[in-house]
Ligand binder design. Structure first.
Ligand code: HEC
Ligand code: HEC
Length: 310
């Protein structure tokens, strides 16, 4: 910007910088005052910040600042506090029996909170949000149980799973695929479907029911019981109630007799601490109404279309 190039702009009376592009000249206006103050202010704030807060990286470490602020230290402090708080709850869960947990309101509240969050992360994918269940995955909110509904039954189911090859399996039965594996032909399976409709209190073809009576006694009663009421000790469902794991209509029942699906529930004993499994059992037991009956409910009023899922 040499002096000899400086000149006044005729229109504005402002000196130019001497820069010119295609006949357009740059005016040498001073920077606005407010802008300058903000600019100097920012520099001042930065300088104060460098002194007070961690700022400059060095070869081994960084300038710590006079305030000694450290987000990492803050997080560690909060984590330690949380752990101490949890630790107390964990110890209580470990030593208390399932019944004691349910009877101590404070401990129960803690167990419910742990159970709720673990359930959301690990169980809801299969059992649905809140444990409402869907076809093939039992409803955990009602008081109808394949494997028993006492606190200890529920805890045990969570620990060992179902048909998941755990060493402590409770003699899990596997329903055969009667149709697919050609143990029974289509007319027999159709008759049995009518039979199951009848014992669950619904309209059925009387002649078919009579034809199926002997087949049921021969092929099904060993697991489902002579009256079809199931066996909670072996996870065999009651066929006389309104609760269905795989659906309540003719097609769903025919499908199950033909294909013999068998639900698999993972084992959790190796994944969770005993305390966490206790908390889950307390959570599920409370959600299901908390009753202690291990027997599936008495034959319910016939519902033309009961819901899927137990
Ligand atoms: C991969 C899917 C899957 C996941 C994940 C899963 N379950 Fe299950 N669960 C099942 C199936 C399938 C059954 C039914 C097994 C059967 O047919 O007997 C079942 C059965 C149960 C039962 C017994 C219900 C009854 O009627 O007796 C309980 C209790 C249970 N699950 C709790 C849990 C908990 C708690 C978790 C999470 C820690 C969990 N499940 C995660 C699939 C799953
Ligand atoms: C070896 C034992 C066994 C035999 C034999 C057996 N079942 Fe099953 N059955 C089961 C089990 C276990 C289940 C539950 C499967 C599961 O939990 O996934 C079941 C489920 C069912 C269901 C579905 C129930 C629901 O809630 O959705 C029907 C229907 C059924 N059985 C009918 C029959 C009929 C009819 C026969 C005879 C032809 C028969 N079963 C023979 C063990 C057996």
């Amino acid at each position: 910007m040499s002096d000899h190039k400086r000149e006044m702009d005729e229109h504005s009376g402002v000196e130019t910088t001497g820069h010119e592009w295609d006949g357009i000249k740059e005016l040498d206006n001073p920077l606005p005052r407010w802008w300058l103050w903000v600019f100097y202010g920012s520099i001042a704030v930065a300088a104060v910040y460098w002194v007070l807060m961690p700022a400059w990286p060095g070869i081994s470490g960084y300038t710590k600042g006079l305030l000694g602020q450290s987000d990492r230290a803050e997080v560690s402090r909060q984590l330690a506090a949380l752990k101490a708080q949890r630790g107390a709850g964990e110890v209580k869960l470990r030593t208390a029996s399932l019944q004691q947990i349910e009877q101590d309101p404070e401990l129960q509240a803690y167990a419910l909170q742990v159970g709720n969050s673990v359930f959301g992360d690990n169980c809801a994918t299969c059992h649905g949000a809140g444990g409402g269940g869907r076809a093939g995955y039992p409803n955990l909110r009602d008081d109808v149980w394949l494997w028993g509904g006492s606190l200890e039954d529920i805890r045990h189911t969570i620990e060992v799973g179902v048909r998941a090859g755990h060493a402590q399996t409770r003699g899990e039965t596997v329903m055969p695929a009667f149709g697919r594996d050609q143990m029974l032909d289509e007319p027999k399976v159709a008759d049995l479907t009518e039979y199951v409709m009848a014992i669950s209190g619904r309209k059925a073809d009387g002649a078919a029911v009579e034809r199926a009576r002997q087949t049921f006694a021969d092929q099904c009663a060993a697991c489902h019981g002579p009256a079809g009421t199931g066996d909670a000790a072996r996870g065999v469902p009651n066929l006389t109630d309104a609760e269905w794991l795989y659906g309540s209509d003719r097609k769903a029942i025919h499908d199950q007799i033909w294909n013999g699906r068998n639900g698999v529930m993972p084992t959790w004993g190796a994944r969770f601490s005993p305390e966490t499994i206790k908390a889950l059992a307390v959570y599920i037991h409370a959600n299901a109404g908390g009753a202690d009956d291990t027997v599936a409910e008495a034959p319910a009023a016939p519902a033309a279309a009961g819901g899927a899922g137990r």
